[in-house]
Design a protein around this ligand. Structure first.
Ligand SMILES: Nc1ncnc2c1ncn2[C@@H]1O[C@H](COP(=O)(O)OP(=O)(O)O)[C@@H](O)[C@H]1O
Ligand SMILES: [Mg+2]
Length: 285
């Protein structure tokens, strides 16, 4: 495989797991907007172009800004579709080429690239995982979603063996390390917390901690179950825009809590500070 060195390499955040509906696209949208609002130049790659959740959101966002004459920060966005080549080898070669072109193009202008993956094992998704600096895996807050990470003993919740997805991340880590000695910081994030009953919630947390040591990820607090995480989707907005875009939405306790959850996820990501900010704070000569 050819290895390309970029003069300027963007920090890559991949949202991945092999399950639909766990919050990858929701997290991707909030990360994109939160990072933009922090002053980063952000790129967005939608690898789930078939569903088009992230790309559709960005189209709506541009439309909203246009119609209302407000200025909303936008990422540089690219959607990648699965190759339609007949042979697997040809399809994979064409996808590798597409991926590397997108990566190269965004690396020229962006400091951070957020990649939204489909909820299935695809070749494009593997390429993204193997390029990740940070991998974020949202899981719904119940044992149903644990199967994605590992098989767990139903009686004592001991880990029996890692799942296919965890094996895939292990492979991605090996590929990443072989290519540039880089390491993938894997973060598992509990999503939609609050809907399960207390005891189950505690057990989920404890089992996740055991699992994290075994499989090599860390956990962050994650998002609560809140309507604000979805109600602005059609307009292309997030709660990070409410105040800034002067929306006629009352900021309640739940919005403030949601904002704190997004902030805490952003600060958990080990990324360089935004360049614009670093320059502004540099001591005057
Ligand atoms: N924390 C949350 N609170 C409320 N709704 C959520 C939350 N996270 C996700 N959702 C909703 O769940 C559905 C699936 O989320 P999505 O981000 O599209 O998952 P994925 O991209 O993993 O398939 C969407 O309707 C989304 O609005
Ligand atoms: Mg999605």
């Amino acid at each position: 495989m050819s290895s390309v060195t970029f003069e300027q390499r963007a920090h890559i955040i991949v949202l991945g797991n092999e399950k639909g509906g766990s919050g990858k696209s929701t997290s991707a949208m909030h990360l994109v907007v939160g990072l933009l609002r922090d002053g980063y130049k952000v790129g967005a790659i939608d690898l789930d172009a078939r569903q088009g959740t992230l790309s559709g959101y960005l189209v709506s966002r541009a439309g909203y800004a246009d119609r209302h004459g407000v200025s909303l920060p936008m990422p540089h966005a690219i959607s990648l579709h699965r190759s339609l080549e007949d042979s697997r080898a040809a399809a994979e070669a064409s996808e590798a080429e597409q991926w590397s072109m997108a990566h190269r193009a965004l690396s020229q202008t962006c400091e951070i690239i957020v990649v939204d993956c489909p909820g299935a094992d695809t070749h494009l998704s593997r390429l993204a995982h193997a390029a990740a600096d940070t991998l974020i895996t949202p899981i719904n807050d119940s044992f149903v979603d644990f199967a994605m990470l590992a098989r767990v003993d139903p009686d004592n919740h001991a880990v029996i063996n890692p799942s296919i997805y965890s094996e895939m991340v292990w492979e991605a880590r090996k590929r990443r390390f072989a290519r540039d000695r880089g390491r993938i910081d894997w973060i598992v994030m509990r999503n939609r917390m609050g809907s399960t009953e207390m005891r189950n919630k505690r057990d989920v947390g404890a089992t996740l901690e055991t699992l994290s040591k075994r499989i090599g990820f860390r956990t962050v607090k994650g998002f609560g179950e809140r309507v604000i995480f979805r109600e602005l989707y059609l307009q292309g907005l997030t709660l990070m825009d409410v105040r800034e875009a002067g929306l006629p939405v009352q900021l309640g306790m739940s919005h403030i809590a949601a904002r704190a959850e997004v902030r805490s996820l952003i600060s958990a990501i080990k990324k360089p500070p935004p360049r614009a900010m670093a320059e502004a704070h540099a001591p005057a000569a």
